[in-house]
Design a protein around this ligand. Structure first.
Ligand SMILES: *[C@@H]1O[C@H](CO)[C@@H](O)[C@H](O)[C@H]1NC(C)=O
Length: 365
């Protein structure tokens, strides 16, 4: 049995915790992880790569190559859709192809918006080799269209970095001067403290409810007419346009930009945790049609492509109603760049209006 003394002695000595065992839940994980995460690399016997993070590195043409530090830009906003890793902010996904090395027969794992074959992963529970705590790994399943198996490895590259590679199943070639180190990829929620609740508790629906979508009135985006321009410069929106979409004609009122778990201390849980719809054609109509069809009282869009539904939210997640706060929810919707769909861990929050009752957006001051 482990006690705290053993644990701290082990940490001080840097010893591996062969005996530290977490309890692996028996429920399998879905191959969708809608919450944002970062990817950590682990290989406890290789300190030069162990516990470093996957970074993105601009490679031209919109592609991003993948490195562990010091090269590249840290990224906290991966999602997993059908086993494929996406970065919505850059509009790219993890693929394999190109640049085979003859000497070790590995090829590049990189990220692009072009239709290269995907790298496919399955989230799997495992115990962290250092701490023994439960973690979620992205087990490599296959290169799309290729035989099952193989693994992801990292190989020394420029400026002290390592680049990501795919090592096909059955490959026995090794470059002795530049070994490709086999690594485990680990999902780290952007919020510290373990797997996010969205791994298991969120109802993910991929069914579209577009049949019930009513087109909003022709001018669906409100125009700023007040004298507030000096206090509220919504950073990326067109000047003069409020960063929310007026949905009152469809029976939903905008109540403000609400914080997600990253900005509060009462997490980890989602501000609206009833249901989730993720889509590359997300609009506020699509979201409100989805939440409305399922009887939810609140609907919120976030991160361009997410739609969250719920019947309540915690007091700590109260939407903000200052003019300045509007700028936090100024991401353009994936399905309509004329609309706004939340922000980075900020939710454009709408409430269903009572039938036959008043339906007015919040007043921002
Ligand atoms: C660490 O990398 C070495 C070299 O690729 C590999 O043999 C070993 O299995 C890896 N360990 C883990 C835990 O992945």
């Amino acid at each position: 049995m482990l006690n705290l003394k053993t644990i701290s002695a082990g940490l001080v000595a840097g010893a591996a915790f062969a005996s530290a065992q977490c309890t692996i839940p028996t429920t399998p994980l879905s191959d969708d992880i809608p919450s944002h995460f970062r990817i950590q690399v682990q290989n406890a016997s290789r300190p030069e790569v162990h516990n470093k993070y996957m970074n993105l590195f601009e490679a031209g043409g919109g592609d991003q190559h993948l490195f562990i530090g010091p090269v590249g830009e840290p990224t906290y906003d991966f999602t997993l859709v059908d086993g494929v890793v996406f970065n919505v902010r850059k509009n790219i996904r993890l693929v394999i192809g190109g640049e085979w090395s003859e000497i070790d027969h590995t090829t590049k794992l990189f990220s692009t918006a072009r239709p290269d074959p995907d790298a496919i992963f399955q989230p799997t529970y495992a115990c962290n080799p250092d701490t023994g705590l439960l973690q979620v790994e992205l087990r490599f399943v296959q290169w799309e269209g290729e035989p099952l198996g193989g693994h992801i490895c990292v190989r020394h590259s420029f400026d002290g970095s390592h680049e990501f590679r795919y090592d096909p199943p059955g490959n026995t070639l090794i470059d002795v001067n530049r070994e490709c180190i086999k690594v485990t990829l680990v999902v780290l929620p952007t919020l510290d403290g373990g797997p996010s609740t969205t791994f298991s508790t969120v109802t993910v629906s991929s069914t579209s409810s577009s049949s019930s979508v009513v087109p909003p009135s022709s001018s669906s985006t409100s125009t700023l007419t007040s004298t507030s321009t000096s206090t509220a410069p919504p950073s990326t929106s067109t000047s003069g346009v409020l960063p929310y979409t007026d949905m009152t004609s469809l029976g939903w009122r905008y109540i403000g930009c609400a914080p997600e778990e990253r900005w509060t201390t009462d997490g980890p849980f989602r501000t609206l945790s009833g249901a989730l719809l993720g889509s590359d054609t997300m609009t506020n109509e699509a979201c409100m049609a989805f939440c409305g069809a399922n009887g939810w009282a609140y609907a919120g869009t976030e991160w361009r492509r997410e739609c969250w539904c719920g019947n309540s939210y915690a007091p700590t997640r109260q939407p903000l109603t200052t003019l300045v706060s509007l700028a936090k929810c100024d991401y353009r919707c994936s399905g309509d760049s004329g609309q706004f769909c939340g922000g980075d861990a900020w939710l454009s929050l709408y409430a269903k209006c009572p039938t036959g009752g008043p339906c007015e957006n919040a007043v921002f001051t």
